[in-house]
Design a protein around this ligand. Sequence first.
Ligand SMILES: [Fe+2]
Ligand SMILES: [Fe+2]
Length: 302
Amino acid sequence: MNAAEKSVSTLIGIPTQRPTSWWLETLRKRAERMYDEHLDLSKPVAFESEDERRACIKFFNAAYRAEESGKAGAHKLAEEVRPWDPDLAECLVLYGNEEGWHRELLDEFLAHIGGGVTAMGRMTKTFYDVYGKAERLESIMLTNLMFETIGATTYRLSLRRVKQPLARQVLVILTRDESFHVPLNVHFIREILKHHPERSRARLKAIYQAVFHSLILLSLASRKVAQPFDRVTWKELTSAYVENLGRLFVNEPDLDFQPPRHLLAAFGMTRGGLRSAGEPDSISVAAAEAAARREDVQVTPL
Ligand SMILES: [Fe+2]
Ligand SMILES: [Fe+2]
């Protein structure tokens, strides 16, 4: 096959993107039944040790902060987007509400295990301070998408070994919903770039690199505090982060962000290998459709 033939795709008919109206309708349907789902707080949570309980509190505190910043970011962006696309703004509001609901669940769970929301560690605080200062819509959305990706990765990995039923219930809810949020955030980025075609891709690529490296550092720091609860090793967590952050855009030629080669090499991965991994893309419309109806989603550990 010559180069010209190769450039003609034989794939037909599969939608790779959905219009805002599809996302809005899906989010509205999700909102109708969201508050009907409750945590089973009927029994006390038994931990094997005080160490495990403390690590569990730290683990879900980190999740709480991610939900909190996700909600605030989405609602702030909604107001900026509203003048030029009210439907997209409504999507952002409903998305922010889902994060707000997650935060409420975490609040209840933390209270139930005798924890609560604690002050952030120094490194985490620095990270959120930098995120809070990001002003451009597309920068905030890209950072958010990467947060969602590592959130979904951490929760799914934790499901491998966490046995406690209530903690598992929380992890399943978060994993399931973040899998829908990942492709949703890609839709937000695309719409914002369509509205602001002048915005530099080079700048976004630099953000992708910076956030990628910061998240890998955060994964190292999290092992010290959360491992007695989730029992995920440093190597498992960090290589899953590198792989999932690296795979985010491999099949999206219009969002051509390249994962850092040295990090891939350090974990024995290559860009070509990520591209042909054969698993469904987490940011694809197919992934969104599979995760859209909460009641149909089967969550499997990573
Ligand atoms: Fe969430
Ligand atoms: Fe989310």
